[in-house]
Design a protein around this ligand. Structure first.
Ligand code: SF4
Length: 329
């Protein structure tokens, strides 16, 4: 059963320069479904639109970001919720925190540097639940912190008194205190050292298992996707170019861009120099014609420069946007 269905979503940033309006086509016609209780990963190089996709889908839409087209429908307890139809200020905020939660990039964008951690928990809980008795609030937060291996003493600290890893764990605790149905995690391990990264990944796995929520994980780090996700979508220049079970993406990739990303990964025991992905992602203001990957693709033909490949089914649960896969099913 799908908990989230996104259809033909287009989310652009509008910028003005010398009186001319430019549109950054960060998400340009994206469709996918997320099943209940799965971990769905979104990968791609920086600037491919994956964080914008996450913002648009979770209803965090503020100018200059705007939705041009598309549908984002959640299925909560057999009731369909069209998040794009909700009014920003009140209605979307009511859904966020309880139904939908967000672990953003960088803990300092969540934690107020001049307030103690406890105030951040009070803000989130008080916005959604009427807890008159503060001992009930303390008990609820203490139980949650202990389940995540955090000590109650952190509640009295200011963010700067804690390490980066501890702050990120608190950010995750804040995002999950109300047991949301679906959690969006945007590069939750960025700027953490590998040991702390491992702890954060294990913590996310543990919460998912205990709370039985659905997780959408956005990161450029393919190792984290391999470790955590059930299915994976690869994004390039505002579009999904390949989607499949994680095992298929890593063992039988089809799209030349996915192959390029995988070739650049280090392998244990292989001491040869890894090839970095040649070229750079295109500008999302002036996107290449036809297949957006054609300027970097070793397989590109004349047709690729003129026509845009559709995301087609090439196997069970495996979709690819490349002309080379036409007729492969
Ligand atoms: Fe390469 Fe053409 Fe396939 Fe695009 S459609 S990935 S340019 S072969």
């Amino acid at each position: 059963m799908s908990i989230l269905e996104v259809k033909e979503l287009k989310a652009y940033y509008s910028t003005e320069k010398y009186g001319h309006i430019y549109r950054v086509r960060a998400v340009d016609g994206v469709s996918f479904q997320v099943h209940k209780n799965e971990i769905y990963g979104i990968a791609g190089e920086s600037g491919c639109g994956k964080s914008t996709l996450l913002k648009a889908v979770s209803g965090l839409i503020k100018p200059p970001l705007e939705i041009l087209e598309g549908e984002v429908a959640y299925n909560f307890d057999d009731k369909i919720l069209d998040i794009l139809a909700l009014k920003e200020d009140k209605q979307r905020r009511q859904v966020r925190g309880v139904r939908i939660s967000h672990i953003p990039q960088g803990s300092m964008s969540v934690l107020n540097p001049v307030r103690r951690i406890k105030k951040s928990f009070e803000d989130i809980v008080d916005a959604h639940q009427k807890i008159k008795d503060r001992t009930c609030f303390d008990k609820m937060v203490k139980t949650h912190l202990e389940a995540l291996g955090l000590d109650w003493s952190v509640m009295h600290a200011f963010p700067h008194q804690l390490s980066g890893g501890m702050r990120q764990r608190i950010t995750i605790a804040l995002a999950t205190i109300l047991k949301p149905d679906i959690i969006f995690a945007d590069e939750p391990t960025t700027a953490l050292d590998v040991i702390v990264q491992r702890g954060v990944v294990q913590l996310i796995k543990q919460i998912k298992k205990e709370q039985q929520n659905t997780l959408i994980m956005v990161t450029h780090d393919l190792a984290i996707h391999a470790n955590l996700c059930d299915r994976l979508a690869i994004m390039y220049a505002g579009k999904i170019v390949e989607e499949a079970d994680v095992d298929i993406i890593f063992n039988q990739p089809k799209h030349p861009y996915t192959l390029m990303l995988l070739k650049s990964l280090p392998t244990i025991g292989d001491k040869s120099i890894r090839a970095s992905a040649p070229g750079a992602p295109p500008s999302l203001i002036h996107v290449p014609s036809g297949c957006r990957f054609h300027p970097r693709c070793p397989e590109a033909t004349e047709r690729c420069r003129k026509e845009t490949p559709e995301l087609i089914q090439v196997g069970e649960g495996h979709r690819v946007a490349c002309f080379l896969e036409e007729g492969s099913k």
